[in-house]
Design a protein around this ligand. Sequence first.
Ligand SMILES: Cc1cc2nc3c(=O)[nH]c(=O)nc-3n(C[C@H](O)[C@H](O)[C@H](O)COP(=O)(O)OP(=O)(O)OC[C@H]3O[C@@H](n4cnc5c(N)ncnc54)[C@H](O)[C@@H]3O)c2cc1C
Length: 264
Amino acid sequence: MTQATEVLFPTSAEEAIAQFGDGGDVTVLGGGTIVMPELTYGRLAPSKVVSLARAGLDTLEADGTSVTIGAALPIARLAELADDVTALAQCALNVADYEIRRQGTVGGNVCAGAGHDAPRGDLQGPLLALEAQARSVGSAGEATEPLEEFLAHRDGRLLLDLTFEKPAASAFAAIDYPHTHEYTVLAVTGVRTAGGETRLAATGVAGYGTRLRAAEAAGDPQQAGAAAVGDVRLGDDALASTWYREQTLPVLVRRVLAELEEAA
Ligand SMILES: Cc1cc2nc3c(=O)[nH]c(=O)nc-3n(C[C@H](O)[C@H](O)[C@H](O)COP(=O)(O)OP(=O)(O)OC[C@H]3O[C@@H](n4cnc5c(N)ncnc54)[C@H](O)[C@@H]3O)c2cc1C
């Protein structure tokens, strides 16, 4: 006999936090583009689902220097950041098609984890390069930490929002094929901070998105491209092989660095 699932619609962040509790046997529903098929086909059978649709977490605040994105903001709304954070807006525009971007949320994308057949979580790339701080709650209480650390232990946590400083420049380059239902094969984001630091991150790699620290430390774009391959763990999936990703990652790194150079 299948167990009944309680579906909750909190109407504030406080209510969502209370209903999420310690995160045990709770599934968070952002836009549901991943969760709904999982529930429908019985691959997921939690006793409680907490939907963020009415929890007031669909906020986008951009002041003079910083940006805060609520976890339930529809991905399509990141287009509003096209002038300030070009790479994040471009990456968002590259996610799936308009229906998915309008339904899917930033939190759902960031927390998606690796897909079975294709990479997911494209927004992790720009947000890692921007060194976004993730605010979340769970059994250990509320925490604000670098996104990289949040991703390493995100199970049992409810992501509330992401905050980062606006960059001086940013660039995004991706490989996707028209016949893959718009999934991204591999992508690289580059950020130049106001202080002149260059940060790089990739998605389409095995597991979560990854900072390209050896590439960042390399002396020139050619060396950075070669170093990037050592920064990541690559994998085979329905879209591409490890070999293909190894060949194309350096090209994307060089492209992004050239764009950042032009923007300087
Ligand atoms: C045709 C198609 C094409 C797609 N193309 C792409 C693509 O190009 N790039 C890409 O990255 N993805 C793609 N996806 C995957 C997916 O649709 C997106 O990643 C989407 O952004 C997921 O967001 P969501 O809000 O719908 O997630 P949901 O389905 O609501 O949730 C996804 C996961 O995140 C968890 N979650 C949601 N919100 C939170 C939160 N606030 N805190 C903690 N956990 C949370 C859920 O419990 C679940 O585990 C595609 C999907 C489809 C169907």
